[in-house]
Design a protein around this ligand. Structure first.
Ligand code: NI
Ligand code: MN
Length: 226
């Protein structure tokens, strides 16, 4: 069993098998965050791309917890240069970790790091943990290869719905259809004025168009167990 907790925006903690992994730990400066970076105890940190609202507090959390950063090669090198530990992956590649497995996927977006350094290609990640397969697409527009990402079976997919910088609701419903995940949970909305969206509208449309997919809407701080 695993527990996925939404900390607002694209930040999730996933707990399972005695491990705690945090994805895109944007807490300081995140108006929706329900936890402070200082209170995060994580073994592993996944960063999907270089933007500040995804790298967030990764360096501080990594150094304090001696956590391992998992991201593309360029982001991991940037973190290592600042004293954090990392394991570099790149698009299409995965590796085994004590919690299970992580594999990077494509994403259509940018990836400049907060100081303007080159952050490589933006990515999504497929995680295998506690016998479940979870997809976090990072920031991306809709792409047809989501069908391929879903082919091995997904138990859970987080989907950005905020529009403007990523998919909006209409495309996120199409993404849910291509992925075929058993459960979808919206993210990357209502953090800022530019990404305002109604998650209940997303849920309604998933319910109508994809009766076999369960859509769960969480409030920041809430947990979904599977
Ligand atoms: Ni971004
Ligand atoms: Mn973003």
């Amino acid at each position: 069993m695993i527990k996925a907790t939404w900390l607002g925006h694209s930040c999730w903690t996933i707990e399972g098998g005695g491990h705690l992994l945090i994805i895109d730990p944007f807490l300081s400066g995140n108006p929706l965050a329900t936890k402070k970076a200082e209170d995060i105890k994580a073994d592993f940190i996944v960063i999907t791309h270089g933007h500040g609202d995804h790298v967030g507090d990764a360096l501080a959390i990594a150094k304090r917890n001696k956590a391992l950063i998992i991201a593309n090669y360029e982001i991991v090198a940037w973190c290592q240069n600042q004293g954090a530990q990392g394991h570099p992956l790149h698009v299409g590649g995965g590796a085994a970790f004590p919690f299970g497995r992580a594999k990077l996927t494509i994403a259509h977006h940018g990836s400049a790091l907060p100081d303007g350094s080159y952050g490589g290609s933006p990515c999504g990640v497929v995680l295998e943990m506690g016998g479940k397969r979870i997809y976090h697409p990072g920031d991306t527009g809709l792409f047809y290869d989501m069908k391929l990402i879903g082919e091995d079976g997904l138990d859970l997919a987080f989907l950005p719905i905020g529009d403007n910088f990523t998919m909006g609701i209409t495309d996120a419903v199409k993404a849910a259809k291509l992925l075929g995940a058993k459960v979808v949970i919206p993210m990357h909305y209502n953090t800022f004025d530019l990404v305002k969206a109604d998650p209940e509208d997303f849920k309604k449309r998933v319910g109508k168009e994809l009766p076999e997919t369960k859509c769960v809407v969480l409030a920041p701080g809430e947990t979904y167990s599977l």
